[in-house]
Design a protein around this ligand. Sequence first.
Ligand code: G3I
Ligand code: 9MR
Length: 565
Amino acid sequence: KQSQLSEDIRLNQIGFYPKAPKMAVLVKEGGTTYYIATPDLQRTVFTGKLSEPRTSPFSGKQTRMADFSAFIQPGKYVLWIPEIGHSYPFQITNQIHTPLTAAAIKSYYFQRMSTALPEKYAGKWARAAGHPDDKVLIHPSAASTQRPTGTQISAPYGWYDAGDYNKYIVNSGITMGTMLAAYEDFPAYFDTLQLHIPESNNQLPDLLDELLWNLRWMLAMQDPNDGGVYHKLTNAKFDGMVMPEAATQPRYVVQKSTTAALDFAAVMAQASRIVKKFPQALPGLADSCITAAEKAWTWAEQHPDVLYKQEAMNQQFDPDVVTGAYGDNKPDDEFIWAASELYITTKNDKYYTAVNLFPDTQMPLPSWAQVRLLGYYSLARHQKTLSAIAQKDFAELKKRIIGFGDELISGVSAQPYGTVMGKTAKDYIWGSSSVAANQGIALIQAYLLSGDKKYLDYALTNLDYLLGRNATGYSFLTGYGSKTPMHPHHRPSVADKVTEPVPGLLSGGPNANAPRQDKCTTYTSTIADEVFTDNDCSYASNEVAINWNAPFVYLAAAIEALQYK
Ligand code: G3I
Ligand code: 9MR
C-alpha cells in the first residue's frame, strides 16, 4: 500500500462545498477503488470506484475520475488510492472559496502604483512607493495644440498591468468592467467582504475602494480638450526585474485610440451608476464619470478607426515605444459594449440605436480584444429597467447567452478532466487561465438567466480547473493550494527578498505557443494543456495580469455568492 503523496491525483487543492459536485482525476494507471480518508489515513469515511478511462485528445494519455459528490460531511481529508498514494489535503466546508476570493481582489492592492504598501496591509510584501506618475510626458504621437510634445500631465494611481510596470487603458477596461459587473450581480456578497486595505473602514465596500484606485487614474487619461483617451501610460521600454521604486525611466502617454476611448466610456458609464449609490462618500463622482463617458463616446464616433498600431507609430515618432501594445484592429465590439453601458446608465435610446447589437450569430468569449459580451451581460442584467427598444431584443439576448452556455458544456462530461476548460487546444493561448475564468462567467450568466443549476455546476468545473484539476498539477492562484506558482513573471515577486510570490495572483497558465513566444528553455512538454513552466522567464505561460485576475474574482465570488446550500 502506498501512503505517500501522489501528484497524479488532480483536484481543487482548496476543497469543496458539502452539497456541490466533487471530482478528482487520476492521471496514472493502477488501482480501482479510492477512499476519502482523514489526512493521517487512520479513518476512511467514503469509498468509491474510479471511472472507466478517458483519453486526452491532446496527449492520448488516459485519466480516470473519482466522483465523490455523494460525500457531504464537512472536514479535512485526502483522497487515497492504495496502489497510488494520497492527494494533497483538502477541505469540505461552506464558504470554501471566500479566503481566496478576497486574496484575488487584494492582489490589486499589491499592484497599486504611486503609493507605499505598509506592512500593516501588505505584511511581508510591504514595499516603497513607485511610479508617482505626476510628471508624465506627452509622447510626440499624442501631441496636440493644447498639449504639445513634452507637455507634462499628472496621471497617478492605477494598478500595474501585470508583471510589468505600465498601465494600459484597453486592458484596464475589461478588468474594471468585469469586476464592476461582479459587484452589480452580487452586491450583498461584496458589501461584507473584508480585504484589509487602508480604506477598509470607510463607508464603501472594499471592492469598490480598490476599483476606485484605478478609476481615478483612468479619468486622468482623458484629454479634457477633446474627450479622447490616451491608449496607455508607459515607459518606452520594459524595465529590468527591479522593485517599483527602482524603476524610474521617463513615463509617456502615447496616442489616443478608438478602442481606448470606447473601453473608457463603457467603464465610466458603468461606474457612474454604481457610485451613484454612495453620494455621501463620493460626492459628484457619478456625474464626473458619466460626463467623461459621453465625451469619450463622442470622440470615438468622430474617430471610429484610430487604431493603435505600435510599429507604424514607431516609424513616425521617437522615442520608439516597445511595451505591451494591446493593439486591436476591430473596434466594433468596443462600440457595442460602450453603447450598452451608456444606454443602461443614461436611458437614452440614441446609444442603443447607434450600434448593431447582433452583427452576426457569434458569441465571442471575452478577452482584452473582444468585449461584445460584456455589453450583452449588462443588458441582460438590467433588463427590468430598460426602455421598449431594448425589451424587444431581450428574448434574443437570453437565447444567445443560454445557447452559449449549452455550447460550452456540450461534450464536457467525456473530457479527460471533466472541465469546461480544455475542450479544444485553442483554449490554451497566452493567458489561458482567463479563458477558463471567462467561460465560467458565461456559464454563470446562463445560470442567472435560466435558473438551471447545471450551468452553475459546470462553472464550478472551471474553478476546480484553475485550482488544480488540470494537466499541469498546479493551482494557478499564487499562495492558494499545495502546489502553486513560486516564480511568476512579476517584477516585485522576483525583485523582493521574500521567498513566496505576492499572493492572490493568477498565473497565465498553459500556452501551446509559449516556448516560441518567450524563448524560455524550461518547458518540459509540447502538449497544449501541459505547456507551462513555473519560471520567471516565462511571461507567455507564467506572467500575471489584471485582466486574468478579474474574471477569476468574478467566478470565485459568483460561486461563493450562489453556493450550494
Ligand atoms: O487569439 C489567437 C488564436 O486564435 C491563435 O490560435 C493563437 C496562436 O498563438 O494566438 C492567439 O492570439 C494570441 C493572443 O495573445 C491571445 O489572447 C497571440 O498569439 C499572442 O501574441 C497574444 O499575446 C498577448 C501578449 O500580451 C503579447 O502581445 C496577450 O493576449 C496579452 O495578454 C499580453 O499582454 C501583456 C502586455 O502586452 C504587457 N503587459 C503584460 C501582459 C500580460 O502578459
Ligand atoms: O516583462 C514583459 C512582460 O510584461 C510582457 O508580457 C512581455 C511580452 O511583451 O515582455 C516582457 O518583457 C521582456 C521583453 O519583451 C523582452 N526582454 C525581456 C523582458 C523581460 O523579461
